[in-house]
Ligand binder design. Structure first.
Ligand code: ZN
Length: 358
């Protein structure tokens, strides 16, 4: 898609106005090139930044020789537009696709990039593509794989929507299939068969009576969950089924490794045939790190656990503690009436600026 907004991005606009400009620059996943071009051009206009580009990922950094380096990161793409462009303002709220998730966060990072010429920590700004689609297309994943040196840092802030509250780490997720088998037979002579669907009852009972763990890590409480998310079984209306498959999803706190999580699920389903089909590790909040402590103090000291899986886990996999902190409201992400508070955009920028200049 060619840019409908050929005028360059003006990074001196206030955060709300810059968010509106970014939102009116459609960039559905796979169509980020025009926006990435505009971001790159805008950042190259600032001599205190070194700017690199890889695909539709733009990375800008200061090199002041500071003791710590911090990443501020945001994805440029949005989910498909739902008749919610162009953006408009109503009271304190800016409406439009991407206002919350996460062009408001990108706008704050761009404003800081343009204006913080002498930050107290070296900064790396990362703007990447294809976060809202399959993991193998994720631009941050491509940078981690092909340009890991560009991401080197002591701490990372991912500016995903979090209502201007620090959300530490993220939970891991594991999917597995529990397979029950039996003997197929005509349902008129069911005694000749062994019903695999009936055998699911015990596995489901284990799930229904499962008591999920709660655990505190760096002062944040994580709540785990183990649930059936799908069940498949049955052959025909007159056949005793010989197979039933229950798909379970385990959302686990980030103090568990992949091996721990799998071991736990296997213990719960001891005696059943179980295959792990999908796995994504969690990320520790890292709030005990010095850079994170100062960040938490500057952002008002409010922090909560992140329950979903986010790209902070990609930083964690590189050994970089990371948190989510952005002005958007996650409850309105991906919705037709997606919006973001203009006051939250200003507050997020003020707090980050205070942390990076005090
Ligand atoms: Zn997002």
């Amino acid at each position: 898609m060619s840019s409908p907004n050929p005028t360059p991005l003006d990074l001196t606009l206030d955060g709300g106005a810059l968010t509106a400009r970014l939102v009116d620059f459609p960039s559905v996943s796979g169509d980020e090139q025009a926006l990435a071009d505009a971001v790159e051009v805008a950042l190259r206009g600032h001599p205190h930044l070194t700017v690199d580009r890889y695909g539709n990922n733009v990375v800008a950094r200061t090199d002041l020789g500071r003791a710590e380096r911090v990443v501020l990161a945001g994805h440029l793409d949005t989910v498909p537009i739902a008749d919610n462009l162009p953006s408009y303002v109503e009271g304190d709220l800016l409406y439009g696709c991407g206002t919350s998730d996460m062009k408001s966060g990108v706008a704050v990072a761009l404003r800081l990039a343009a204006t913080l010429t002498e930050p107290n920590r070296d900064l790396t700004y990362v703007f990447y593509d294809c976060e809202e689609v399959e993991a193998h297309r994720n631009g941050l994943g491509h940078l981690a794989r092909d340009r890991p040196a560009w991401l080197a840092a002591d701490f990372a802030v991912l500016m995903e929507p979090s209502e201007a509250t620090v959300e530490g780490g993220c939970q891991g997720t594991l999917r597995a299939q529990v397979r029950l088998t039996g003997v197929r037979a005509h349902s008129a002579r069911s005694w000749l068969g062994d019903n695999a669907i009936h055998r699911a009852a015990e596995a489901l009972t284990r799930l229904a009576t499962y008591e999920p763990r709660r655990v505190e890590i760096d002062g944040l409480e994580y709540r785990e969950g183990l649930n059936a998310v799908r069940i498949d079984g049955g052959v025909a209306g007159n056949v005793i089924p010989d197979e039933c498959v229950i798909t379970v999803n385990f959302r686990f706190a980030p103090d568990r490794s992949e091996a721990d999580a799998e071991k736990h699920v296997r213990e719960v389903f001891d005696g059943f045939e179980l295959t792990v089909t999908d796995f994504a590790p969690g990320a520790l909040p890292g709030l005990s790190q010095p850079a994170a402590k100062a960040f938490l103090a500057a952002t008002g000291g409010r922090a909560r656990a992140k329950f979903g899986w986010t790209d902070v886990a990609r930083f964690s996999a590189l050994g970089i503690p990371a948190v989510n902190y952005g002005p958007g409201d996650p409850n309105f992400a991906h919705k037709r009436d997606e919006h973001c508070s203009l006051a939250a955009i200003a507050e997020t920028e003020d707090r980050l600026r205070a942390w990076l200049t005090s």
